[in-house]
Design a protein around this ligand. Structure first.
Ligand SMILES: [Zn+2]
Length: 487
């Protein structure tokens, strides 16, 4: 063993002390005040002031068009903040911040000012550059990434878009096209033609999206090249295999569960009849659903056609003696919990429940997941009583999902209301309630009174919600309860 100098021992102790506080905090989700509408309120006001559209064009119409597009971006970002699409999770953000700082400090010539990274609550495996030194990373990407190097590559790629001013160039291109003679002429032709107006209009748009698509692919290659430079300067390994892994980013719900579906429910003394799991010939069928409306998965189901190309283009530049640093468990846990919570709040009950069962497969015995299991069942029952059960199931096409996912969505669709009520009541006495925190118990009391008591008056539920909000002011569960306060 190599003797460790004393000052390093102190350092090791400090690190351990740090990690133990992290461990004790991981029991709680972020706080209600960490949601973007609260947390970024101040930044938002100053952002509106600083994001002033520069005067680029002498041509008045082009400048006007450019300003419209530019302001559209500000509106998009501020609306996303107001809608709580972002969250400031202290620990996840600190982890991301550390990566960003490392890249920025080694690349000051490109990044004189530290970029702002926001955490997007979307479950799709993605990240995006907003321009003006701001980038967003989705929880879905963080959940998918296995190493710090993969996250660093994503951040470096998005930073590169900002450094190369791709968002700004995109806005300019659009403004120029919309005020170009070519566009005006083709629009003029469309308006003059009585016959086939729609087809002509489509052609005009197609030519626009074609050139945009081509430019964007170009941009991707440039951003990757620049990202590799940023990583090399920071001495962070570049491992091109991440691009190949991204190609399989859509498999979350096509991965089978380890056990038959009824085994997971039996753990709560809930029995499932085989007939609910099998699709009946009558009743609801996938034909009755508008798949376009199912946003939650559609987004993550999008393929990444450029991944293999990106791998081929960059594989020669891989780092020698590459190092991989696994994403710490406390980060993955927080990311996963937040994803499950988001899905629950969005009433995407099947993917939410499927992720909970996937945690069981990993051997996760944390009672928080049982608490969420209970929430899903209660919400399904409530939705059924309110006559909109199907809108909470988020039906997916068979070809995108595993056999058990299909069984789960079929079961959630077909389990009778009486049985659901019975199961929900049974869950209230389960042993796992002994292992949850005070705010989870408060949430249980709220849900129980709201959903399981008969003929709850609207006024009474409003009062209950108000009481919950007052006595659990920092709890993220306020996000759910809040909607009952004002009804
Ligand atoms: Zn990109």
């Amino acid at each position: 063993m190599i003797p460790i100098p004393k000052h390093l021992l102190v350092l090791v102790f400090l690190c351990l002390a740090g990690s133990s506080t992290l461990k004790s905090q991981q029991k709680e989700l972020s706080t209600y005040q960490d949601l973007s509408a609260f947390y970024y309120k101040k930044q938002m006001d100053s952002l509106k002031k600083t994001w002033v559209c520069p005067s680029v064009y002498k041509e008045r119409l082009t400048q006007k068009q450019f300003k419209e597009i530019w302001d559209g971006r500000t509106t998009f970002f501020t609306a996303a903040i107001n809608d709580n699409n972002y969250v400031y999770d202290k620990e996840i953000c600190a982890y991301l911040d550390d990566v960003v700082s490392e890249i920025q400090e080694a690349n000051r010539e490109y990044l004189p000012v530290k970029p702002l990274v926001v955490l997007d609550r979307s479950s799709s495996v993605n990240a995006y550059a907003l321009g003006s030194n701001i980038l967003a990373i989705n929880l879905g990407l963080l959940s998918f990434a296995k190493t710090r190097e993969e996250i660093a590559l994503t951040i470096a790629h998005e930073l590169s878009h900002n450094i190369l001013q791709h968002p700004e160039h995109g806005m300019k291109e659009r403004a120029e096209w919309l005020t170009s003679t070519e566009y005006k002429e083709s629009m003029g032709q469309v308006l003059q033609s009585d016959y086939g107006r729609l087809t002509r209009l489509k052609k005009v748009y197609e030519s626009y999206s074609f050139s945009r698509g081509r430019h964007q692919r170009y941009h991707e290659g440039d951003a990757d090249s620049m990202a590799i430079v940023l990583l090399k300067n920071s001495h962070i390994s570049f491992i091109p295999e991440f691009f190949l892994r991204m190609d399989s980013a859509d498999v979350q719900y096509s991965q089978p569960l380890r056990q038959p579906l009824n085994t997971y429910f039996a753990a709560y003394n809930i029995t499932l009849e085989d007939s609910w799991i099998k699709k009946r010939s009558r009743g609801l069928s996938t034909r009755d659903y508008d798949f376009q409306k199912n946003h939650s998965m559609a987004d993550s189901l999008k393929t990444h056609p450029d991944c293999v190309v990106r791998y081929n283009n960059t594989t020669g530049r891989r780092s020698a003696n590459a190092v991989s640093t696994p994403v710490p468990a406390y980060i993955s846990t927080r990311v996963n919990r937040m994803l499950i919570w988001n899905m629950y709040c969005n009433s995407d009950l099947t993917p939410c429940l499927y992720r909970i069962l996937q945690e069981k497969d990993k051997g996760n015995t944390d009672a928080w997941y049982d608490f969420m299991f209970n929430n899903v069942m209660l919400s399904l029952y409530k939705a059924d009583k309110d006559l909109h059960r199907s809108s909470t199931i988020d039906i997916q096409r068979k070809e995108y999902i595993s056999k058990q996912y299909y069984e789960l969505q079929t079961m959630l669709e077909q389990i009778p209301r009486d049985k659901l009520a019975e199961d929900c009541k049974l869950l209230q006495g389960a042993a796992f309630w002994n292992n949850v925190s005070a705010s989870e118990k408060a949430m249980q009391r709220f849900q129980k009174a709201l959903i399981l008591s008969d003929n709850m008056e609207v006024y009474a539920s409003q009062q209950m919600a108000k009481h919950f909000m007052e006595s659990n002011q920092t709890s993220l569960y306020c996000e759910y309860v809040h909607s009952f306060e004002k009804k």
